[in-house]
Design a protein around this ligand. Structure first.
Ligand code: SF4
Length: 318
């Protein structure tokens, strides 16, 4: 017998504005009749990639797969400057979906290089955003977990900058660590405010429920961080990629109120499906019968529309 009577959605959920804009640019280009591609998956979310495919938008791994004159959308993570040049050189129509925050990071890196700093970049080494950023500062030292930090040399003039989705506590800790390694230390805080707000909203939600469900890519750093924060709030959490991972009611045994949150690449529609599914498999008889209605109600009170971000409707949904 299920015990869940209520679902609470974290305040700000759905795509971050950077992801949403890149997806919308691809949809708009396709709607305008352009042969449209995205360089790499816009988000690591099967549903989104399938939606785009249904609109005729292809994901390609390399510019060589894009025919001359066709449109190629650069995703929110951005790319190295030479990739942009190569795309233009091949006669492609480049639609730059690089998030404005990432563009700011790229500009900051160029300045730091010009000013002669030894740059430390806090980030996941092979993450596309980091790969793109290194195109602007090829000598930057990329570090991630604490065990990497001993690799940071002692230099007179050093700068610290971050991949957008790194947790703020890690950035602060690394800044403190670097104080002893340099005479002049310039700190450029490029942790994205969306990431910070989402973490705060997740902590707030976790503090008021019996169990949290975190929805997002298994390898997504910002999703993993949300799961970790639930633990810090003292609330058990399960992390899933999509509603398809929810077939076992056991984790919900004895829980009454369940919270739902998601990473910046998780569409709000996925969170809605998860909310409904939790009620269907683990709700009390009364809540099971009204699962769809209660999931709608949870979203209606979760946030202002501005806090609930999705993308332009697909052809299938419109
Ligand atoms: S997390 Fe922030 S920096 Fe990264 S794409 Fe989203 S809005 Fe842009």
């Amino acid at each position: 017998m299920g015990t869940v009577t209520e679902i609470r959605i974290a305040k700000r959920t759905g795509f971050c504005y950077g992801v949403r804009e890149a997806i919308d640019m691809a949809k708009e280009a396709s709607a305008a009749g352009k042969l449209t591609h995205t360089l790499g998956q816009v988000v690591h979310n099967e549903g989104v990639v399938n939606d785009l495919q249904a609109l005729g938008i292809r994901t390609v791994d390399t510019l060589d797969d894009v025919a001359r004159g066709a449109a190629v959308v650069i995703r929110a993570h951005g790319v190295r400057p030479d990739v942009m040049e190569r795309a233009a050189g091949r006669g492609l129509e480049v639609i730059d979906g690089t998030c404005t925050w990432v563009i700011q990071e790229q500009k900051e890196l160029v300045k730091l290089v010009e000013e002669g700093y030894t740059i430390v970049l806090l980030g996941t080494p092979k993450h596309p955003e980091v790969v793109g950023l290194l195109g602007f500062a090829p000598d930057a030292i990329v570090v991630d977990e604490e065990e990497d930090w001993e690799r940071i040399p002692k230099k007179k003039k050093m700068a610290l900058i971050s991949q957008s989705t790194q947790p703020p506590w890690k950035f602060e800790k690394l800044a403190a660590f670097m104080v002893a390694r340099s005479h002049e230390l310039k700190i450029v805080n490029t942790v994205c405010p969306v990431t910070i707000r989402r973490q705060q909203d997740t902590l707030d939600a976790a503090g008021a429920v019996d169990l949290m469900v975190v929805v997002g890519g298994r390898s997504s750093a910002n999703t993993k961080e949300l799961t970790r924060l639930c633990g810090i709030a003292g609330t058990p959490a399960i992390q899933i990629e999509s509603v398809r991972d929810l077939d076992d009611p056991a984790p919900f045994d004895g829980r009454r109120i369940v919270g739902v949150t998601g990473g910046t690449s998780t569409p709000i529609e996925d969170l809605h499906a998860v909310a409904q599914r939790i009620l269907e498999i683990a709700g009390t008889p009364a809540t099971r019968a009204r699962a769809a209605e209660l999931a709608d109600a949870a979203f209606a009170v979760a946030a202002t529309p501005a806090g609930r971000t999705t993308s332009l409707p697909t052809a299938a949904a419109s």
